[in-house]
Design a protein around this ligand. Structure first.
Ligand SMILES: Nc1nc2c(ncn2[C@@H]2O[C@H](COP(=O)(O)OP(=O)(O)OP(=O)(O)O)[C@@H](O)[C@H]2O)c(=O)[nH]1
Ligand SMILES: [Mg+2]
Length: 330
């Protein structure tokens, strides 16, 4: 595999199938939550995430509905395949990511999303470029922007650190590299909104409006901004699959379910997006509230509806909808 086709394996069996490819490049400064966000979309903990420089390689994850497990392979800087795995786990991905000889990891599997995402979706995770310990992270991110044939860019903003110099520099770089922005769909993810404290004046609508001013000032006209809580969406999806959560994860999930019982629409109303998309997501929220889906082992049936509503409220469902319906953004 050469750096020219980092996104897709040319000549592979999948390329022969008729389908609409949709490559999505995920960019942000370090620790904004790119990998966490992708884990939430995939519905399982597949990519390592931590509050320090974590992702070191370009990691491409393709959604294949019929797959029973996540198949993986990693590639060297020279483009040769180094290792393969028929059932890749987060530990395997972590080991490949830590190997300095690995440049690119490819994974293929079924994203646990309801309703299912469109076929042909490939999410490309990149390293945060502002790692002062390792300049290769910045070079890797830039190479991904130049070589991945993406149609959509998800740019993750950290709601708790809006407008840092590093973020501004990266956005200016992205804007200049994109050239004509109308050639791509750009969706801004305003992640970690669970950290805002409305009682201290950090309200969500104000944060979205600040983000909008910031982005417009940098030349991104009328940006789509989706507030998200990637961590909570992943915890909810893990709970829905009866997967174990840590004590801290359980307590954060419980707290957000309590918050949701008080207010479950403000994040959807605060989002900067076309009204048609908002209306559709609010319909999904109501539908999730009425769900009668059988609960997996250990989850009270009543909680399934609340967990599904939390996934919608977390903003993840909005992004899934935007990815499934790119034309809504025209
Ligand atoms: N509170 C909160 N924390 C989050 C959220 N999303 C991610 N995090 C945390 O933020 C930290 C960084 O997340 P990552 O997903 O590793 O960030 P990244 O952008 O992939 O970082 P690099 O790969 O180093 O560039 C981790 O500790 C996550 O648990 C969120 O929605 N809310
Ligand atoms: Mg990462």
């Amino acid at each position: 595999m050469t750096s020219k086709n980092l996104g897709r394996k040319a000549g592979s069996k999948q390329a022969a199938k008729p389908r609409r490819p949709h490559d999505v490049l995920v960019l942000a400064t370090m620790s904004a939550g790119k990998s966490s966000f992708i884990n939430a979309l995939v519905g399982r903990e597949l990519l390592p995430s931590a509050n320090e420089a974590t992702t070191a390689c370009l990691t491409s994850i393709e959604h294949r509905r019929t797959a029973r497990s996540f198949r993986g392979a990693c590639y060297s800087h020279a483009g040769s395949r180094m290792f393969t795995e028929s059932d890749a786990s987060i530990d395997q991905v972590r080991a490949w990511n830590a190997n300095a000889e690995v440049k690119h990891i490819r994974l293929t599997g079924n994203f646990r999303t309801r309703p299912s995402l469109a076929r042909g979706l490939v999410l490309h995770d990149t390293p945060g470029p502002n790692n002062s310990q390792d300049e290769r992270h910045g070079a890797m991110m830039l190479e991904a922007v130049r070589t991945v044939p993406f149609q959509t860019m998800l740019y993750v903003l950290n709601a708790g650190q809006l407008g840092t110099w590093d973020d501004r520099r990266l956005l200016e770089q992205v804007r200049d590299l994109l050239g004509d922005p109308s050639g791509h769909q750009v969706v801004f993810i305003l992640n970690k909104v669970d950290l805002l404290d409305p009682e201290r004046g950090e309200d969500l609508a104000g944060c979205v409006s600040k983000a909008r001013q910031y982005l417009e000032g940098l030349g991104f006209a009328d940006p789509i901004i989706v507030p998200t809580m990637a961590n909570l969406a992943l915890y909810a999806r893990k709970a829905l699959h009866a997967e174990p959560l840590t004590r801290v994860e359980r307590s954060k999930l419980r707290q957000s379910l309590e918050d949701l019982a008080v207010d479950n629409q403000s994040s959807l109303h605060a989002a900067a997006m076309p009204d048609a998309v908002r209306a559709r997501v609010i319909r999904d929220l109501k539908k999730a509230g009425r769900t009668r889906r059988t609960a997996p082992d250990g989850i009270p049936t009543a909680e399934v509806a609340a967990l599904e509503q939390l996934v919608v409220h977390s903003g993840i469902r909005t992004v899934e909808f935007l990815l499934n319906q790119p034309s809504t953004m025209d």
